[in-house]
Design a protein around this ligand. Structure first.
Ligand code: SF4
Length: 722
């Protein structure tokens, strides 16, 4: 296992938001031989199965090694997406091209689209999906390219499908969307409410900190319709009805307010609109909410009292909270719980939405969001736009004041023919977007689609130009984990063939689109301590727009490897716990916002009687583009399954391993059955990593009206034997 290696390079895991630091051991053939965990602040040497074994995707024979251009006259077939192309099919659709030809074609297609609409005086028809799998510098350059060259804020990424509703609620309530306390702060908590998250599968090293805390006496309450692994360690498991989060949480708030368990001094000093909450939750008695959420009134009272009276209580949540049409309301309730009890601003307290992808925090910070510039400066803020324009060398007034379209809105606009050209970097909307058939039709209908990626993903099969990029171990750059910790990823191995660094590709496109970018990013993804050139120069420009990392220069990051923002100056060690004395809102107070009880957008009926929950699993990450090409991980979980409670399966006439046909109002997939008695009755769970049975063919694109996140955690399906 631990073969001798010629070279060791320290970096960061490319998968989840925990941000474990690891060491790549590189052999004499410039390949990663094995990986070990090292003492990073988030992992202290620990790694999960993904971090330890999910590395050989970088050496997969399926890596893209030369730019590809769609052959003239070859149609895009959205119905064929999901089937891996044979070499003959690939050659029939695409031809190899030089970098110069491919970049020229990519840029020319965008210019044609922009000229066509400019002639008609219409809004920009171009949009970009950047990536939370890349570095901060790549995300920063991508949003700058879309805003500067395409004249639009139509730029978004997977945060829209992840924590957009949490971000909306936190911005509204606290004036900032960052976590208040690092995950490892559970060690200082007497009580932890973990809701709508399954860290044992999705943040496995994070789960170890929770288990360690429980072992030392922390009371864990797991609130989740599924009795997931951490339920075994929990003081209580609240297996509430899917979609009834607001009923559950408002009942807890009711008990805290009605029984005088609030913190009046904290409320007076640091919040506003308490009266609105007090009046609103009066009707949400545990007795009234018990039939709605499925948790008995006595348990609701017991949990509310335990949270409010704990010396230090922390709330962690995941996409079970955020991926709902009422996701923003769910998060508003969690914020209210912390504010009315004063369980915030100290170690072991606060609010922590567990970020999914390894750099979804950093990509959001860097401005890969349609309504904000870097560091969450609103696009409607004239001073912020002026500062960006000056730094980017754009004439005053270039950047518009209206937010751009979000992920699902962009796909819908493409379907309507209003968006005609797209640049996609490292994202896979043909697999990750809700109602995937609709998304694939939209992507296939684009006049110009350019995809930058390391594999011919399902999205890339619909592209006009495919540009081969570097994988994570092949480049240097910074990433920011769920704890707000900025860490340095270092290039360990060379890229295959003619694959090039994403940031180099973006810079080349920018130059062809008329922008005078001169960072001199290295095409091979390398970086150095010299802050004046290459990827370091990109970081330093980004830092000039981001007060949160003002004190973290590139040389310091190079030296220290990991620093938690906000970091005011070079001597500031960083602040793991924030909002110790108020909030970054206009009046310095946290805002309490009542949350209404609204049902999911689609509920079960006789035609579609089961609830479908989608998500991830331990071995596979998101749409599976990397982990399904990692030998060990794909061997452990080689194919799709639909999980059902054994009694539900028996009622439907399904045995374990039998083929099931799962249908929703949007599509049908077929896949084997797996028994899982952790699931509630009449509920199905399908991971979305499998192209052969893409869960998102079934999911509902209905959006949370505030966060614009789709209801990926709830739709109605029919399951029956195939
Ligand atoms: Fe990687 Fe997350 Fe596993 Fe750590 S917990 S090794 S960051 S996937």
């Amino acid at each position: 296992f631990a073969k001798p290696s010629l070279k060791q390079v320290d970096s960061v895991c490319p998968f989840c938001g925990v941000g474990c630091q690891l060491r790549y051991h590189v052999d004499e053939n410039d390949r990663i031989a094995h990986v070990e965990g090292i003492a990073g602040p988030a992992n202290e040497g620990r790694l999960c199965v993904k971090g330890r074994f999910g590395f050989d995707y970088a050496h997969s024979p399926e890596r893209l090694t030369r730019p590809l251009v769609r052959r003239a006259g070859v149609a895009k077939d959205p119905l064929a997406v999901g089937r891996r192309l044979t070499p003959d099919e690939l050659r029939a659709q695409f031809r190899e091209a030089s970098w110069d030809e491919a970049l020229d074609l990519a840029a020319a297609g965008f210019q044609r689209a922009l000229q066509a609409t400019a002639a008609r005086g219409r809004a920009s028809p171009v949009a970009g999906f950047g990536s939370a799998k890349g570095t901060n510098e790549e995300a920063y350059l991508f949003q700058k390219l879309v805003r500067s060259a395409f004249g639009t804020h139509n730029v978004d990424h997977c945060t829209r499908l992840c924590h957009a509703s949490s971000v909306a609620a936190l911005m509204e309530g606290l004036g900032s969307a960052v976590v208040t306390n690092p995950l490892r702060d559970v060690a200082h908590a007497d009580f932890v409410l973990l809701i709508g998250a399954n860290p044992a599968q999705n943040h496995p090293v994070g789960a170890t900190w929770i288990k360690n805390a429980v072992k030392r006496g922390t009371r864990l309450v797991l609130a989740d319709p599924r009795r997931t692994e951490l339920a075994r360690h929990a003081w209580k498991h609240l297996g509430f009805q899917p979609g009834s989060d607001v009923a559950l949480l408002n009942a807890l708030l009711h008990v805290i307010v009605a029984e005088g368990l609030t913190d009046p001094a904290y409320i007076a000093a640091h919040t506003r609109d308490f009266e609105l909450i007090r009046e609103h939750v009066a009707a949400f008695t545990p007795e009234a909410m018990a039939p709605v959420c499925g948790i008995d009134a006595a348990t609701l009272r017991e949990v509310a009292r335990a949270y409010a009276t704990a010396k230090n209580a922390m709330i962690l949540w995941g996409m079970g909270v955020s991926q709902h049409t009422h996701g923003t309301d769910n998060a508003r309730c969690l914020i209210a719980l912390a504010l009315v009890t004063g369980q915030i601003g100290r170690p072991g307290t606060g609010l922590h939405p567990l970020r999914g992808q390894n750099n979804v925090q950093g990509a959001s910070d860097a401005g890969l969001i349609p309504m904000v510039l870097p560091d969450y400066a609103r696009v409607g803020d004239g001073a912020a736009r002026g500062k960006a324009e000056a730094l980017w060398g754009l004439p005053a007034g270039t950047l518009g004041s209206e937010p751009g379209l979000t992920v699902v809105e962009i796909v819908d606009a493409a379907h309507r023919g209003e968006i005609t050209a797209m640049l996609v970097q490292g994202e896979n909307p043909a697999m990750s977007d809700p109602d995937a058939t609709h998304a694939r039709e939209a992507l296939a209908g684009l006049r110009h689609l350019v995809v930058i990626d390391i594999f011919l993903t399902e999205t890339a099969t619909l592209a006009d130009v495919v540009l081969p990029a570097t994988a994570w171990p092949e480049k240097t750059g910074s990433v920011t984990n769920t704890d707000r910790c900025v860490q340095l990823g270092r290039k360990a191995v060379g890229a295959p063939g003619e694959a090039r660094a994403d940031a180099w590709i973006t810079e080349q496109l920018a130059q062809r689109l008329g922008l005078a970018w001169r960072y001199g990013v290295a095409p091979d993804g390398s970086g150095s301590a010299d802050a004046t050139q290459g990827i370091a120069a990109v970081y330093e420009e980004m830092r000039a727009l981001m007060p949160s990392i003002r004190g973290l220069s590139w040389p310091r990051l190079w030296r220290e490897g990991a620093v938690t923002y906000p970091v005011a100056d070079e001597a500031d060690p960083g602040q793991p716990v924030v909002f110790t004395d108020g909030f970054p809102t206009a009046d310095g107070r946290g805002r309490l916002v009542p949350a209404a009880l609204t049902p999911p957008a689609e509920t079960p009926d006789p035609q579609f009687p089961l609830v479908l929950i989608t998500g991830r699993q331990l071995e596979h990450w998101h749409t599976g583009s990397m982990t399904r090409r990692a030998t060990v991980l794909d061997a452990i979980e080689p194919g799709p399954v639909v999980s059902l409670h054994p009694q539900t399966a028996a009622r439907l006439g399904l045995r374990a391993g039998a083929a099931a046909r799962v249908a929703s109002r949007r599509g049908v997939i077929t896949l084997p059955v797996r028994f899982d008695d952790a699931l509630p009755a009449d509920t199905a769970f399908i991971p979305f990593a499998y192209r052969e049975a893409a869960a998102n063919v079934l999911t509902n694109p209905a959006l949370d009206p505030v966060g614009k996140i789709a209801e990926l955690k709830y739709c109605a399906v029919d399951v029956r034997p195939e």
